[in-house]
Design a protein around this ligand. Sequence first.
Ligand code: CP
Ligand code: NVA
Length: 304
Amino acid sequence: MNHLLKLSDLTGPQIIQILDLADQLKYEKKHGIAHDHRLKGKTLGMIFEKSSTRTRVSFEAGMFQLGGHALSLSSRDIQLGRGESIKATARVLSRYVDGIMIRTFAQSDVEQLARFGSVPVINGLTDYCHPCQVLADLMTIRERKGKLEGLKMCYIGDGNNMANSLLVGGLRVGMTVAVATPDGYQPDPQALAEAAAYGEKFTLTNDRFAAAKDADVIFTDVWTSMRQEAETAQRAKAFAGWQVNRELMSCAKPDVMLQHCLPAHMDEEIAEDVFEEHVDEIYDEAENRLHAQKAVLVLCMEGK
Ligand code: CP
Ligand code: NVA
């Protein structure tokens, strides 16, 4: 694997290969089996143009556990924030570090970084997608359900970066995917065009109860993503009644899992009682960011 820019660049078997390695690295970590030889002496530069808790900490801890080092580069502190181009940033960082993780706005910036840099680039979230998160999500589902193929994934809420990556990732690994959004908040047309190739395995609706019917796993995410803060009031109105709560969960299978990439807004997109009932699997999901990303780092950077 050269880069992780978006899940659409990966085949189903490539996603499974990442999950298999993630499981192995998690096992090794839990059993004290050292794996700090894998990225010994390597450095990851992490560019942040948006806030982060999980992505920042899991990448930095992950690099350390693999024997390498990570440095956090807020766009406020580097020249990128003062207008130095992505192209120039890619060229110069490639002279210092062995890989770059970036969290930014435009997907085209991530693609450009990969094009003009000469080291692996990993997408740590854009407005378009969140591939690292969805690898951790798929890992968590497989860990708890023992498989992915044939399960029904349901996403309720805003057709945002999480929705785009979940529907592509779920379909790639053989899941059935149902997405429910209010009208006007559908996923990106590019992700929907990909989903269309999966025929009846994908449904998009504005009926959240139909989408949740017999689901094995329900996902939701915030109604207002980073950079959309000015739309908060308008979105609160559009999403009124779209909360994932007991009534919605009761449409799913009795052993349904609930996932949220976090941070969550209690009693907005998710009812706090439902969140608390599923708190272990949601924090397993957060933990698995570490293991899934270590797999991505190894596959992109080992031996380079
Ligand atoms: N889920 C996620 O990416 O969290 P952070 O924004 O804290 O990195
Ligand atoms: N959709 C959210 C995800 C945060 C991890 C956002 O982009 O803000």
